[in-house]
Each structure stands twice: as structure tokens, then as C-alpha cells.
Design a protein around this ligand. Structure first.
Ligand code: MG
Length: 381
């Protein structure tokens, strides 16, 4: 079996309302969906969620030679070959391109064997994963939090039992927002807060300190992703666990944070850190520190399905919420590329892990067509 074709689908949509966090308003969302095909007719999907255009150039001009003509079952060797072709760029778009390829190779390899990716990698530890709503987001004009109560109500109606609102405007506003949300949802619903890299470390420390008796499961990305001293200072300012890592791309990057005691919850993104191969390397490192790791996913159904497979394989660690970690992140903002393949929460707020072959989803290029703004194909000669 060998890969004979790689197709890139550039996807775009505009959220109904720009999605605001402490750093930016998302008005337009772009993704690269990568599809590989083998000579035996098996296909595999991968995704790039950040920097899709740059990553596509790297797939086309640097990495395709390691993939075309080879079997997707050689995913580990292909990952190493791609990694060794990098010199100064072992993070960012190059690792994102590798991530999409690695994900697609795992999908195709597992499909060719008629089993799920989790089964191929040794078997899942659970058949359902606790999901949290990654929202609400701030709105433009007026009080940025004015729609939070309505949106929280709609998430609860969908069955979510954990929510992660965006915060990080000011320490006082953060505390006021989280108090109002706690009053609305009661004690039975888990709350976390995402600051999206927005604060300087002084304000982040002040906000984390002011919220430390709010019962939050974690405070996420309080400062810039490279600001290790800032993370350490925030972690020492509050008893609330600090989460992060969605922007970190390698075991070495996580090692620095773990050695410094800067993170209590690790959140690598499969589309950023090297797909299943890269994620597992980080998860093994986390094991050495006995820390919970769970996938960050604010993406299309491709990365969500990959994250479910990955989350099904991670050991359970209690984080103080209604279920043990890992949780899976769910974009509840009306993302049409996530809703392409409908998944439902059960009565406990869990989502079933699909056990169909590969990533466990039937996705076709036709389904992506309404959001496809460009596509290209590479074929082996
Ligand atoms: Mg985040």
C-alpha cells in the first residue's frame, strides 16, 4: 500500500458574531483540511487549524516527498524523516504541516486495517469522554459579557456540565463575570477561565489571586505562551491550577514549563504539536510529572474526531470536576465545520468515542465544498 495523492482543501467561514477573547476578535476562521489517498483506495484526513496557508506550502514543497509513494503504516518513520528535514523551523507552520500529515497517515493506516486509531495504537482506555463547552466569547460594542447569561443557558440546554468562558479584560471584570456565572449555573457545573494570552503577568497574577476562591478547575493561558517567568509568577499567586500549552509544539517546549512547575494541566493541540506522534511524546513526558494532559481543539470535525481518539487513550487523573481528566474541548459557537458530523452529549455530559475505522468519521470533499475557497492536489508520478 502506498500514498498516491495528497489533496489540500482551504476552508473559511465567518462566525455569526465575531468571537472575542482577551487578545482579539475572530471575524474569519481559516483551516486546511488535508486528505491522503492510497493505491488501495483508503483515505485519511488531517487538519491545520492555525497558519493553514503557510503549512500548505510546506506540505506541498517540503514534506510531500516523504509521503507520496510510501505506506501510511510507516507513520512513525515518516514523522522522523520530516522532523529531520527541519533545521531552524521545528515549530510553527512546519510542525503544523507535519501534524496534519501525521493525523492523515494514522487515519489511513487504521482504516486500512479496519480499526480505529485508538485501537491501532494499543486500545482506548474509555469509550466516552467528558466534554466542556469552550465559551462563551466576548461581543463587540457595550459590555463584552452582556450575552454570557443567554449563551450559558443554551450550553446547559445542550447538556454541558463544564464551561470555559473567555476572560482577561481586567481583574475586577473577571471576578464579577465569574461570580455572575457561578450564581447562574450553581455548584454542580464546572467552570474554567481562558485568558487567551492576553495579560501582562502583573494583571494575570492579580486576576488569578482574586478568583482563587471561585472554585475554578483551571485558569488557561494567563500570559504569552513563551513567558515562562510570567507563568511561574501566576502559578505562585493562586491556588487555582494553571493550564496551557496549545501554542507549544514540542516535548522540549513542555519540558521547560514542567521543570519550572508552571503548568498543572497540559493542553497540546494535535494540529500544532505533531499529530498523534507528537502528542504521545508530550503525553509520555507529562506521565513523568504525573500531570493531566488533554487535547486543545477549537477546530473542524477532523481535529475534534482526532482529539476524541487521543483523549480515549490518556490515563485518568482527577482534577476536582464532575469527571476525571481528560476532558475534550467542544466549540459551541455554531462552527459549521464542526457540526458537519453531528455528535451528541449523553445525560452526564460525555461524548461517545467513535469506534469506526480511522478517526471514526465519514467525511467527503463534497461535504466541505460550501466552505472551500481553494484546493490543490499532488499525485505521485
Ligand atoms: Mg485556550
Amino acid at each position: 500500500m502506498r500514498v498516491v495523492e495528497i489533496t489540500g482543501h482551504h476552508l473559511n467561514f465567518h462566525p455569526k458574531h465575531p468571537l472575542g477573547n482577551a487578545r482579539t476578535f475572530m471575524r474569519s476562521r481559516d483551516f486546511l483540511a488535508l486528505r491522503i489517498t492510497t493505491d488501495e483506495g483508503h483515505i485519511g484526513w488531517g487538519e491545520v487549524f492555525s497558519s493553514p496557508w503557510a503549512a500548505a506550502a510546506l506540505v506541498r514543497h517540503q514534506f510531500s516527498r516523504f509521503v507520496l509513494g510510501r505506506s501510511p503504516t510507516l507513520h512513525r518513520r515518516i514523522f522522523q524523516d520530516m522532523l529531520e528535514s527541519l533545521g531552524y523551523d521545528r515549530r510553527g507552520p512546519a510542525m503544523m504541516a507535519m501534524s496534519a500529515i501525521d493525523m492523515a497517515l494514522h487515519d489511513a493506516a487504521a482504516r486500512s486495517r479496519g480499526i480505529s486509531v485508538a485501537e491501532m495504537l494499543g486500545g482506548p482506555l474509555r469509550d466516552r469522554v467528558f466534554a466542556y463547552a469552550s465559551g462563551p466569547f466576548m461581543r463587540e460594542g457595550g459590555d463584552p459579557y452582556r450575552h454570557y447569561p443567554d449563551e450559558v443557558g443554551s450550553y446547559l440546554d445542550l447538556g454541558f456540565r463544564a464551561l470555559k468562558p473567555r476572560a482577561g479584560l481586567s481583574p475586577r471584570a473577571d471576578r464579577k463575570m465569574i461570580d455572575a456565572m457561578r450564581a447562574q449555573v450553581g455548584e454542580g457545573i464546572a467552570l474554567m477561565v481562558d485568558m487567551n494570552q492576553g495579560y501582562a503577568s502583573g494583571a494575570a497574577r492579580s486576576s488569578a489571586f482574586s478568583m482563587q476562591d471561585a472554585g475554578l478547575l483551571w485558569i488557561e493561558e494567563p500570559v504569552q505562551p513563551e513567558d515562562l517567568p510570567g507563568y511561574v509568577a501566576v502559578a505562585r499567586s493562586s491556588s487555582t491550577p494553571i493550564a496551557g500549552g496549545e501554542a507549544l509544539a514540542s516535548p522540549a517546549a513542555f519540558r521547560e514549563f514542567l521543570e519550572a512547575g508552571a503548568l498543572s494541566v497540559l493542553q497540546p493541540d494535535l494540529t500544532v504539536c505533531g499529530g498523534f506522534t507528537g502528542f504521545q511524546r508530550i503525553a509520555h513526558l507529562a506521565d513523568a510529572y504525573d500531570l493531566p494532559v488533554m487535547p486543545h481543539a477549537f477546530s473542524t470535525t477532523i481535529n475534534f474526531h482526532a482529539s476524541l481518539q487521543m483523549a480515549s487513550m490518556l490515563p485518568t487523573r482527577r482534577g476536582g470536576g464532575p469527571a476525571g481528566y481528560p476532558f475534550v474541548e467542544w466549540d459551541p459557537t455554531g462552527n459549521p465545520l464542526l457540526e458537519l458530523i453531528p455528535l451528541k452529549l449523553d445525560q452526564d455530559g460525555f461524548v461517545d468515542v467513535p469506534d469506526a475505522p480511522g478517526l471514526g468519521m465519514d467525511l467527503t470533499p463534497e461535504m466541505l465544498e460550501p466552505w472551500t475557497v481553494d484546493s490543490w492536489t499532488l499525485a505521485s508520478s
